[in-house]
Design a protein around this ligand. Structure first.
Ligand code: C5P
Length: 406
């Protein structure tokens, strides 16, 4: 899980005055569950909504409230806290706290700490939707983003004030997931990664096509994992019903030939991952008019072979690191290794289809092969597997480049 990256991290959790302050309790619990250390800093407003004692008990540390706290034993001074933090997370971040950070004010311990720290700061805003959309808040938001702060949310929906709209604090699980993503080392920064995903549809006539059961989930998760690792990601997908991962450039195609053309147009990719279930064949002839039902008991459809996309990529003179997939129902290892050789791949990720593991499911298991080794990845959610596989791809990509350069 991406959340594992929080283990051992020192997080200052700033809590400001909002009805959503009660969610800070769950944020602390989730952070500590994965092994992070949390020290809480509260604004005066936050203390009106939740007691410091609650957050002190959950975090296992004294809560800092006063800037000028004489008792150094019970509260770390703001400078000490600023130095201690690996990350500062402000959740909820009120409109007032955002404004104070923009102005660089120091009359409360949270604002002073944010001015003094070199740690990255993430804010999860929470406020009434009118306050959120107000020009003043939006301008403050732009300044905070411009200074390199990270903004998590807010969400839309029912608000405590009875109104509807944008301004709800994200759920604690979402905040932790996003914070974890921000912490992933950007090992692919400056690199371009191309991912193919989904099925292809090969039209027979205006209403029929040859397709397959690929959902595109694994390819989308891989694109997301590559973006989290800092890559510029181009996701080329066949027809799917999935939302584009953030910070990913998506190009939609329908057929194998279209996918081939788009992939081959990109000549400067560092890594290409062929996760699409590309149709091996397409109808030899496209009928412009719908083919009429015939009375005969049997009929046939002439097919021609589609060009193999990842083979074409791997035959390029300046070839990227190429990863293919193999879905097999039997002799998985043998077939996968054969495919790696035949297609000149750097790595192949094999998954067994049939049994409980089916196309389109949310879970999968992989056996990954490269020329010098292999690694099995146990059954897990595709989001998890994609991150595990991306870590391995980065490792092998770095290893290949270091031997090339030595
Ligand atoms: O040969 P097979 O279709 O089993 O190989 C699967 C791998 O090859 C996948 O990585 C798939 O994306 C890729 N492929 C391709 N172009 C094709 C067919 C498969 O890139 N025309």
């Amino acid at each position: 899980m991406a959340e594992e990256i929080l283990a051992g991290k020192k997080i200052v959790l700033g809590v400001s005055g909002s009805i959503a302050a009660y969610k800070a309790a769950e944020i602390i619990r989730l952070c500590r569950k994965v092994g992070a250390e949390v020290k809480v800093v509260m604004t005066e407003g936050a203390c009106e909504f939740i007691t410091p004692l609650t957050l002190q008990t959950l975090s296992g540390s004294p809560v800092a409230i006063d800037l000028l706290d004489a008792d150094e034993e019970s509260a770390m001074g703001h400078i000490k806290l600023a130095r201690w933090a690996d990350w500062v997370l402000i959740a909820p971040a009120s409109a007032n706290t955002m404004a104070r950070l923009v102005q660089g004010r120091t009359e409360d311990i949270l604002s002073a700490l944010c001015l003094a720290t070199e740690a990255p700061i993430a804010l999860a805003p929470a406020m009434n939707n009118k306050m959120w959309t107000h020009e003043a808040t939006q301008q403050n938001l732009a300044v905070l983003i411009g200074r390199g702060n990270y903004i998590l949310g807010p969400d839309s929906g029912d608000q405590a004030c009875g109104e509807q709209g944008k301004g709800r604090l994200l759920e604690p699980e979402q905040i932790i997931a996003l914070l974890s993503q921000l912490m992933v080392p950007k090992r692919l920064s400056g690199k371009r990664v191309v991912v193919t995903a989904g099925p292809t549809h090969e039209p027979i006539d205006p209403v029929r096509y040859i397709g397959n059961r690929s959902s595109g989930k694994m390819g989308f998760e891989l694109a997301s994992a590559a973006a989290e690792a800092g890559a510029e990601v181009i996701l080329i997908t066949g027809p799917v019903h999935l939302t584009t991962p953030s910070a990913v450039c998506r190009i939609d195609v329908e057929t194998a030939e279209q996918m081939y053309d788009v992939v081959m147009d990109i000549s400067d990719a560092d890594i290409v991952i062929g996760c699409a279930a590309v149709a091996d064949h397409r109808p030899a002839k496209y009928h412009k008019k719908k083919i009429k039902k015939s009375d005969s008991e049997s009929s046939s459809l002439a097919l021609i072979k589609n060009r193999d996309i990842i083979t074409a990529v791997s035959l390029r003179k300046e070839r990227p690191f190429v990863v293919g997939f193999a879905a097999e129902t039997e002799n998985m290892a043998e077939y996968a290794k054969g495919k790696m050789k035949a297609k000149n791949l750097d790595m192949v990720a094999a998954n067994q289809v049939g049994k409980d593991l089916v196309f389109g499911a949310d879970i999968n298991a992989l056996h990954v092969f490269w020329s010098e080794g292999d690694q099995t990845m146990a059954t897990a959610f595709k989001s998890h597997l994609a991150r595990e596989l991306m870590t391995l791809i980065i490792e092998r990509y770095d290893a290949k480049n270091s031997t090339k350069n030595s």
